[in-house]
Write a protein that binds this ligand. Structure first.
Ligand SMILES: *Cc1c(COP(=O)(O)O)cnc(C)c1O
Length: 375
């Protein structure tokens, strides 16, 4: 076997993530690696924290970038906050809500499920009824932007209901951060996690997380240690804060954090509101084009995520063949269906740097060609 350097092709990434990474972020990644306790690196981490507070719209002191993907951010929230004595209400309307349930069950806590319809937002009335039936519940968890279906839930309304029942809120904002409005403090979200590779358009492998003061209190008052050493946030807190005397916990992914810093800076320069508006405008352009091709959205218009467009694969069309054709002929990646939608849907992402007119035009032209060829 003769081995040589791996040179990936230049793809256009319009799936459920990772999304296109800009040249600016890629060049940040290539800067010289320095020590993770180097004073200059430590001050850059402080800036990452401030930029994350902006992106999440929070003053939470505990706002950091976890050195692991979004799934670890999810697990960090559950494993730190929940103990086996707790009752947790989880809303499920897709794959990621189902994963939340698995997290609760593995901890050994009681899980009350609000079962919703795939392709629809979480039903606030249904959550209200469940909470009335379960006054013992201490937490409510849901996915803001269900990437498996393309549905956006009303996080503000769901948190309001949870708070009225004295519950802490755990919110999956992996796909929502930077792409649609998210106001962690105003909406009273107690624990939130995201991912670097969706609407932030950074390289995969980092999970921004933020805990409210109340959530931090819950962690501090735990009677049993967090069952995961790596994700124990009481240890990580000392690494990300602690005024100049940071304790070694693990080696941060130094260059990936340069990239996240750059990606967050790009978001700050554009402005959150402008970024949301851009995602929406590109989504509308794409939706018009998809309708012209005869493709139907799975999610009703009012509950649609601009950054993840799920459409039904027309009858008689070979899903795998079309996606392979787009990849080989156009260097374009779109997402396959996930979970209940496997083989039934395509998921077209317009995330972060990928939410641009040229991407929308390429995607529509390539799909038109593929549908004519395979239809
Ligand atoms: C992508 C995604 C995750 C998981 O993130 P990874 O970085 O793949 O671990 C979790 N929740 C939602 C809603 C996602 O879209």
């Amino acid at each position: 076997m003769s081995l040589s350097s791996f040179i990936p092709p230049q793809r256009t990434l319009m799936g459920p993530g990772p999304s296109d990474v800009s040249a600016r972020v890629l060049s940040a990644l290539a800067r010289p690696t320095i020590g993770h306790l180097d004073p200059l690196f430590v001050s850059m981490m402080d800036e990452v924290k401030a930029l994350l507070q902006y992106a999440f719209q929070t003053k939470n002191e505990f706002t950091i970038a976890l050195s692991a993907p979004g799934s670890a951010g999810m697990e960090a929230c559950f494993v730190n906050l929940i103990t086996p004595e707790d009752t947790v209400v989880v809303c499920r309307n897709g794959v990621f809500g189902a994963r939340m349930i698995e997290n609760v069950e593995r901890i050994g806590a009681k899980c009350v499920i609000v079962d919703g319809t795939w392709g629809r937002a979480v039903d606030a009335q249904q959550l209200e009824r469940k909470l009335q039936k379960h006054p013992e519940a201490r937490f409510v968890a849901f996915v803001h932007a269900e990437t498996s279906t393309g549905a956006l839930s009303d996080a503000k309304a769901l948190c309001e209901i949870a708070k009225a029942h004295n519950c802490l809120t755990i919110v999956d904002a992996v796909t929502s951060l930077g792409g649609v409005e998210l106001a962690v403090d105003e909406w009273q979200i107690d624990a939130v996690y995201s991912g670097s590779q969706k609407c932030l358009s950074c390289v995969p492998g980092i999970s921004p997380i933020s805990f409210s003061e109340q959530a931090v209190e819950v962690i501090k008052n735990r009677k049993s240690p967090v069952p995961s050493w790596f994700l124990d946030q009481s240890l990580v807190m000392a690494y990300w804060s602690g005024e100049g005397k940071r304790a070694y916990h693990h080696t941060a992914p130094v260059n990936s954090l340069y990239a996240l810093h750059e990606a967050l800076l790009i978001l700050k320069e554009e402005g959150l509101e402008n970024s949301w508006a851009r995602h929406k405008a590109q989504h509308q352009k794409l939706a018009t084009g998809l309708a012209n091709l005869g493709l139907e959205f799975i999610v009703p218009a009012a509950e649609r995520l601009p950054q993840l467009n799920a459409v039904t694969i027309p009858k008689g069309i070979d899903d795998a063949k079309v996606r392979a054709y787009l990849l080989n002929e156009y260097n374009l990646e779109i997402g396959a269906g996930l979970g209940a939608f496997a083989g039934e849907a395509w998921r077209i992402g317009l995330m972060g740097h990928a939410a641009r007119s040229e991407n929308v035009a390429l995607c529509l032209a390539a799909l038109k060609d593929a549908l004519a060829k395979f239809g």
